[in-house]
Every structure is written in structure tokens, then in C-alpha cells.
Design a protein around this ligand. Structure first.
Ligand code: NDP
Length: 460
């Protein structure tokens, strides 16, 4: 008989926590899971899933226009926000229910309330006041939106609020140049809002390949988004009809909605980590080793709360590696290299591996760049200027492919398959020997030519 109520207690029923909790329960372990919000976490409830539905919704507007070039007489069209919003929320509820069921069906006990540490083996359930003990505890509390404390910040929304707005504003002002800012600028412009994006830097999507950063700027322009660079907000004032946002360059912008997409922070506030002796970094992230073990031997953490690679599938893999390490006697460290990912701008971005600056930093002059630019057949007939951009980065005598960067329709789908090639260490020769699938966008990846020499793309 164990001395504890549970073999494993998971705090947070998001992607990483649910996967780990379910796997442990399937192994016959006694598992408890606490979740203060809806099971499913950021991804299902207020992130990836509802966001992707919004992107689909936004794409239809353009598709209806394009359809006319393909002979369709579409008549009068209009968009109804409550219909899309409510359909998405219905689906979110369904998925959240599935997450809960997945745990319970496998024998885990789910507590729909907040949990905090009392000590390294004890959890307090805040609403009911109960305490539970566990041999092993997994922290999987994710992250939360963060915004700077400027005057009037209470008038702004963050991504959590964007899915349940009462009405769609006429004018939207998005602050930030990262994933969420770029994705939501694409969504709002596609849904017909007059959209402005203000970024404190000079090129969107810091950390991405410089050419992708340029291309996403062009795509935002093609979508009718007004982009303003090198400005940070200093205050928000409510006016009769909306809000006025002031910036550190002295400019002002009037809008009906201020959306702060200025980053996310690990969700560790008030978790009582100090009671358990769990160390955190300066930004609140739980410090872990490569096995996701914290500074306490029986406490682990996975997902965004550790601020490693903040993506749903990574949290799931970390959760699986944790189960192997702790319950399957098979020490497993998840390999965070060459993780393919996507940004759902319109068109979207798909990337895997090193950017050009990273490749040059690591391999010096031993880097060859292949790239191409073209309009898809669909856009040619629709008379749309938007182009696809593809870039392939190789290194070494054998020209191993170490990075692929694409902006264009379907690039998230394409990059999933290309991720296997980069992870598998394939070379340019493998790409060259692979026959094209014609006519597709993806076929260009097997026919790419070296980029013109001396093209300087690395200035920021
Ligand atoms: P990001 O870190 O991507 O972007 C934050 C943006 O806010 C940056 O442009 C940053 O500027 C800017 N910023 C930060 N502080 C301030 C400030 N005080 N004033 C003005 N601007 C500021 O965060 P997101 O919230 O967009 O996304 C968080 C993470 O969530 C991502 O990194 C990603 O891991 C994940 N995510 C993944 C998605 C996907 O896979 N498709 C979608 C959405 C999120 P600067 O660049 O100068 O630092």
C-alpha cells in the first residue's frame, strides 16, 4: 500500500498534463488531475484550436471574392460574427469534454478546481479546501498572456478574450509582432475589420528567418493590414466612440479594440512552488533538467510552464518522455531540435530547423541557400499578388538540409512532411532525386536552385 493518496498528481489539464495523466492511469497508476479552468488547456480552449477556426473563417472572405474569377456568381455576402463565435465555442466545449472523459475513462480522478503546493508531496485543492498527497507531482500549468503595465491597460484585451467578443469591432489595433499578433492581424483583416498592427521592432516575427520576416510583412500588406514599426504603446484612453492609444514616438491611433499580443509568461503565480522548494527562473518558468525534473526529485514539469519550446505537440512529447522516465523505467529526454512549426498568418508559415543566421553562426561559410518565389496557380487565376516563398538551407560536403522555411498556402501541411526529412538528416541530393508531384506548390521544394549570390538578406 502506498503512503500517498496518488502515485501521480498532475496540476493542469492541458495538452502535456492530460497526456501524462492518461498514460500513467493506463499503466495502472493512481492518478489525480486538477484543473481550475476547462480541461484541454490553452490549445483547446483559448489557443490553437479556436484560433485555427478563426483563420478558416477569415479565409472564406477572400475565397468568396476569388471564386468570382472562377466563374461563381456569389451575389451579396455578409459575415455574422456571433455565428462563427458560437460554433467555435460549441466545438471547444465538445473537445474539452473529450479531454475530461479521456482521463476519467482511464481511471484518473479529475478535480475541477485550482491546486496549490503545501509541500513537496502535498497539494491543496483551493475551492474544496481538501488536501491530497502524491508520490510524484507533475506541474503542467502552461502559460498566460502578459501585457505591459501602461496607463489604461485595463481597456485592452488579450488573446484569452478574443474568442468570446460580443461583437466584432470596426477598427482593431494589435500591439506586438510575434505569433499571436501576426495571426490575429490576419484573422481580423480577413473578417473585414480595419486592422492596424504596431510593433516595437523593425521586422515582424523576431527569431524567424529574415526573409520569412520580410515576406510576412508583405503578406500583411496584401491583406490590407496597416503595419507600424519601431513604436511601443505608452497609454490607452477611452473616448466616446472607442480608444486612443499613444506611442513613444509621439503618434496616436484611434481604434475600437486594443489587442495586446505582447507575449506570454509561465503560469506559476501563486502556485506555492516555494512551499515545495521548486526553483523558478526570473520569468517564473519552472527550472527543469533534460528529463523535465525540477529541483525537487519527485516533482516534474512539462509544457509552457517550463518555457522551453512553447508548442502543444512539444508539451505532449515532454509528457510522454516524463512517463517513460518515471513509470516505465526508461529514462527519456525529449529532443527539442528540429521541431517543425507553423504560424497561421494568411498565408501561413511553415518552418523547421535552422534559420540562415543560425546556420551561418554554426557552420560559417559552409552554408548554401536555395530559394524560390512564385505565384500559385490558384492566385494567378484569381489575380492575387500574394506569392509563395521557399528557402532551403544546406551545409557540409553532402549538403545536409538543416533548415526549411516556407510562406505560402498549405505550408503547415507541407512542413510536417519536410520535418521528417530534416529530422532524418537527408541531403539536397535526396530532394533532387525525388520526383515532383505536379501541379502542386510543394513540388518546388525538389527543384530549387541556389539563391543568387551576394543577395544580402541578413540586415535587420
Ligand atoms: P511572442 O513572444 O511571439 O511575441 C510577443 C511580441 O510582443 C513580440 O513581438 C515582442 O517584441 C512584443 N512585446 C513584448 N513586450 C512588449 C512591450 N512591452 N511593448 C511592446 N511590445 C512588446 O509571444 P506571443 O504571445 O505572440 O506567443 C507566445 C508563444 O506562444 C510563442 O512564442 C509560441 O511559442 C506560442 N504560440 C504558437 C503559435 C503557433 O504555433 N502557431 C501561435 C501562438 C502562440 P520583441 O519581438 O521585440 O520581443
Amino acid at each position: 500500500m502506498s503512503d500517498y493518496d496518488f502515485d501521480l498528481f498532475v496540476i493542469g489539464a492541458g495538452s502535456g498534463g492530460v497526456r501524462a495523466g492518461r498514460l500513467a492511469a493506463q499503466l495502472g497508476k493512481k492518478v489525480g488531475v486538477a484543473e481550475e479552468s476547462l480541461p484541454g488547456g490553452t490549445c483547446v480552449v483559448r489557443g490553437c484550436v479556436p484560433k485555427k477556426y478563426l483563420v478558416y473563417g477569415a479565409d472564406f472572405g477572400g475565397a468568396i471574392k476569388d471564386a468570382q474569377k472562377y466563374g461563381w456568381n456569389v451575389g451579396d455576402v455578409s459575415f455574422d460574427w456571433p455565428t462563427l463565435r458560437d460554433s467555435i465555442q460549441k466545438e471547444v466545449s465538445r473537445l474539452s469534454g473529450i479531454y475530461s472523459t479521456l482521463l476519467e475513462k482511464n481511471g484518473a480522478e479529475v478535480f475541477r478546481e485550482r491546486a496549490e503546493f503545501v509541500d513537496e508531496h502535498t497539494i491543496k485543492l483551493v475551492k474544496s479546501g481538501k488536501t491530497k498527497t502524491a508520490k510524484t507531482i507533475l506541474i503542467a500549468t502552461g502559460g498566460r498572456p502578459w501585457a505591459p503595465e501602461i496607463p489604461g491597460i485595463e481597456h485592452a484585451i488579450v488573446s484569452d478574450d478574443a474568442f468570446t467578443l460580443d461583437e466584432l469591432p470596426e477598427r482593431v489595433l494589435i500591439i506586438g509582432g510575434g505569433y499571436i499578433a501576426c495571426e490575429f492581424a490576419g484573422i481580423y483583416s480577413g473578417l473585414g475589420c480595419k486592422t492596424t498592427q504596431v510593433y516595437r521592432g523593425g521586422r515582424l516575427l523576431r527569431g524567424f528567418d529574415p526573409e520569412i520576416r520580410d515576406e510576412v510583412g508583405i503578406a500583411q500588406e496584401n491583406n490590407g493590414i496597416t503595419t507600424k514599426f519601431n513604436a511601443s504603446p505608452t497609454g490607452i484612453k477611452k473616448t466616446g466612440g472607442g480608444f486612443i492609444v499613444t506611442f513613444d514616438d509621439g503618434s496616436k491611433i484611434g481604434t475600437d479594440l486594443v489587442f495586446m499580443a505582447t507575449g506570454r509568461k509561465p503560469n506559476t503565480n501563486g502556485l506555492g512552488l516555494e512551499n515545495a522548494g521548486v526553483e523558478v527562473a526570473e520569468n517564473g518558468a519552472v527550472k527543469v533538467d533534460k528529463y523535465s525534473k525540477t529541483s525537487k526529485a519527485n516533482i516534474y514539469a512539462v509544457g509552457d510552464v517550463t518555457d522551453r519550446v512553447n508548442l502543444t505537440p512539444v508539451a505532449i512529447r515532454e509528457g510522454m518522455a516524463f512517463i517513460d522516465t518515471v513509470f516505465n523505467k526508461n529514462k527519456t529526454a525529449y529532443d527539442h531540435t528540429n521541431v517543425p512549426s507553423a504560424v497561421f498568418t494568411r498565408p501561413p508559415i511553415g518552418v523547421v530547423g535552422l534559420t540562415e543566421p543560425e546556420a551561418r553562426e554554426k557552420h560559417g561559410d559552409d552554408v548554401t541557400i536555395y530559394s524560390c518565389h512564385f505565384r500559385t496557380m490558384k492566385n494567378v487565376l484569381a489575380e492575387k499578388p500574394q506569392r509563395v516563398f521557399m528557402k532551403l538551407i544546406t551545409t557540409g560536403e553532402k549538403e545536409t538540409v538543416v533548415g526549411i522555411h516556407i510562406l505560402g498556402d498549405d505550408s503547415p501541411e507541407i512542413i510536417q512532411a519536410l520535418g521528417i526529412c530534416v529530422k532524418g538528416g537527408l541531403t539536397k541530393e535526396h530532394f533532387d532525386k525525388t520526383c515532383a508531384v505536379h501541379p502542386t506548390t510543394a513540388e518546388e521544394i525538389v527543384t530549387m536552385k541556389p539563391r543568387e549570390p551576394n543577395k544580402n538578406t541578413l540586415v535587420s
